[in-house]
Design a binder for this molecule. Sequence first.
Ligand code: HEM
Length: 499
Amino acid sequence: MIPPEPVKTNKERGLIFTWSITFLVLFPLLILLGFLMRIGQAEMKKLFLSDFYSLMTLHGLGMTALMFSFAFAIIWYLISSRYARLNIRIGYVVYFTVLIALAGLTIGILVGKFGAGWFLLYPLPFKSGTWLSWSTGVSIISLIIVGIAWLIGMLHLLYYLSKEFGGFGNLLGWQYLRRKEVKKELPPMVLVATISLVPAILAFIIGAVMLLMYLLQFLQPSLKFDPLLLQNITLFFGHTFVSVTLFCGVAWIYEILPEFTGREWKTDKVLIYFWNATFVVILIAWFQNLYMDFADPVSRQFSGQIINFLSAIPASIITIYGVIVQFYHSKIKWSFIPLMFLYGIAGWAIAGFAATVESTISVYKVLHNTMFVPGHLHTNMLMGVTLFIFGFLFYLFFENGKQHPGKLAKAGFWLFVAAGYGFVLMFFLEGISGIPRRYARYTGMGIKSMHDIAVHTAQIAVFFIIVLSLGLLMMYYSLFSNLLKKNLLKVFKTKAGIA
Ligand code: HEM
């Protein structure tokens, strides 16, 4: 591994700190939208239906876009500061374009009340019952812009990496499968990042084509497309997008965890086989969403079931095994950062288990479209990816984990984890009780006992959101106070003429 060179990585550090601050500002704002939705479902405050669906759309699209953008920015930083110097200008172009697109989306949703949900399932965006029709156009254009920005960033990164490692096949680790000696070692992070980003590129290209079709219909309303085709594209895009965000997080764990355990995480044939299998799995895992589509061929539904069981295996088995090997009898310096990674992996495993159970056909018939689905989604993103991200943030803000964040941050972390699981548990309990997802309020359900369960669990969820936000606040305090301290120290040293 090439160690980072502090002087030359100043520009990269500037970009990643810019991204980090942006993430830290937007993340709680998007949580606030989720909080408001839960308040509405708990009947603590009356929300207009149109407001609920606008909030859900902005929360869903905003969270997924923000988390992917920041996960990609972290991969960009680690690769550019360690393995292949990337063009910093392109990095900033991606940053500002994503910001402009998010601003456009916010205007479309908050001002125009666009509320077709984060999946924009066709033809819903064009059935503007509660939103102004221009908001559909603004939201579609914003999504096309953000997609193009990501595509540029990912293609640039993969191009430079493949130049550095002698070809695209080498990024997938195929040189390890030949009998020849491997000249340049492939860091596991580069392998996992490639395996994640290539399916993302395919998904984004197909997603961009879909959005262009949407745009055409927006400009020429007499146009009509096949809803089944567009639904399948949406499912492919949405499923791949969320999986890739998670795998980007896994990628930086392969890179950073060994710095704490002092044990190398080597690339070998087994790792290559498992991650190449994951490559295929990422591309086909969305088949598990097709059980309920009787318009799809039956073979697709059966293959969806088999793929569902297989998809849980390669990435999780090899990573969990690798993590155990990293920790087992190692001389790890236990600190906050490996702890966060460990809990993030646990969140991923729990969400994966819940998703596998849920997508078993006989169970799916009962749980589909219940709150169980947001349950596994939020376990994955909040108790998995969010912990990976905060682990990285503490690594970055505390000198590559060499400084200790202190007791307040640790207490905040435990509060966040405990309350986070309380929050997602309410989704799961609601799901098991048959409470439907995406309901603004439960007054119209017609079954009093179900209404009462839904409202009470939502009220408990509101309590957990407040506690987890308190935990977050404590972690924020620790991050920002350290950042300010470091900056003040730098100003003081510059004034005093100390290098
Ligand atoms: C404490 C933090 C969070 C809170 C309070 C929260 C709250 C909520 C609520 C109440 C819903 C509506 C569920 C329904 O009635 O169907 C929802 C949906 C959603 N949330 Fe969150 N959420 C949080 C974190 C996240 C994170 C980190 C992500 C990351 C991707 C996320 C992504 C989504 C998505 C995509 C949906 C739409 C799901 C659907 O279409 O059914 N949320 N959230």
